[in-house]
Design a binder for this molecule. Structure first.
Ligand code: DC
Length: 220
């Protein structure tokens, strides 16, 4: 029997991951954070000294990388050489590097095949940039979640502040604009709305309102 696959795409800070987690919980299915996989590759590149500027080195890294997605008690973990690296990949440095590393086709091809494998084996909500357009173009449930860049930057600024990270709003806004540009202009599978995705703008919406809209659409 084919699995339920729900694709949630959109730019950073639009509320995708909060919504994707909430949908997964509501439907009692798995959640796959595909951005965390690009973050994991960036983390591996930085920590191994490979860096992300040299295409040949990145190709070698990705050919040899021991990265696995596993579920423990229903929660996604990313194991790099057996070690759970989820706690270390949410820094601003890794955010920038993940966006850069995601432009390499060799990185995308490897991670997309891992994502498709999860989607084949589990009922799952996937969030990312290219799920509806490239990873699972045949998914019957696609959503594109966005919000004005100023609102997204404000949310990210508050999130960082709550974590004790001291950054000024303008810096966060600039970084968000740079990431939007990087993510939507790369040649392979850029950030884009699939033609058959439902568009949801969360600028003026709470997460609960957005979740209600999505659940209603899914029931339809
Ligand atoms: O969703 P996130 O901020 O954790 O994603 C980090 C970076 O990974 C993002 O800037 C672009 C890249 N990414 C991607 O290219 N494709 C995806 N499906 C998910 C993320």
């Amino acid at each position: 029997m084919s699995k339920i696959n729900i694709a949630i795409d959109g730019p950073s800070g639009a509320g995708k991951s909060t919504l994707a987690k909430a949908i997964a919980k509501r439907l009692n299915i798995y959640y796959l954070d595909t951005g965390s996989m690009y973050r994991a590759v960036a983390y591996a590149a930085i920590n191994s000294g490979t860096g992300i500027g040299d295409a040949k080195q990145v190709e070698k890294l990705i050919a040899e990388i021991d990265l696995r997605t596993v579920y423990e008690a229903g929660k996604q973990r990313l194991l790099l050489e057996g070690k759970n690296i989820m706690p270390y990949i949410r820094t601003p440095e890794i955010s920038r590097a993940a966006s850069d590393v995601s432009a390499y086709p060799c990185v995308r091809l490897k991670l997309v095949s891992m994502q498709r494998e999860v989607a084949e084996n589990y009922d799952v909500v996937l969030d990312g940039r290219d799920i509806g357009t490239y990873v699972l173009p045949n998914s019957k449930h696609k959503f594109f979640i966005t919000a004005d860049v100023e609102e997204r930057a404000k949310r990210r600024y508050l999130e960082l502040k709550n974590k004790g990270v001291d950054k000024c709003y303008i810096e966060v806004l600039d970084e968000m604009k740079t990431r939007d540009k990087n993510d939507s202009t790369r040649s392979l599978a850029p950030l884009a709305q699939a033609d058959d995705a439902q568009f949801i703008d969360t600028t003026q919406m709470s997460i609960k309102e957005a979740l209600d809209v999505i659940i209603t659409k899914l029931k339809e």
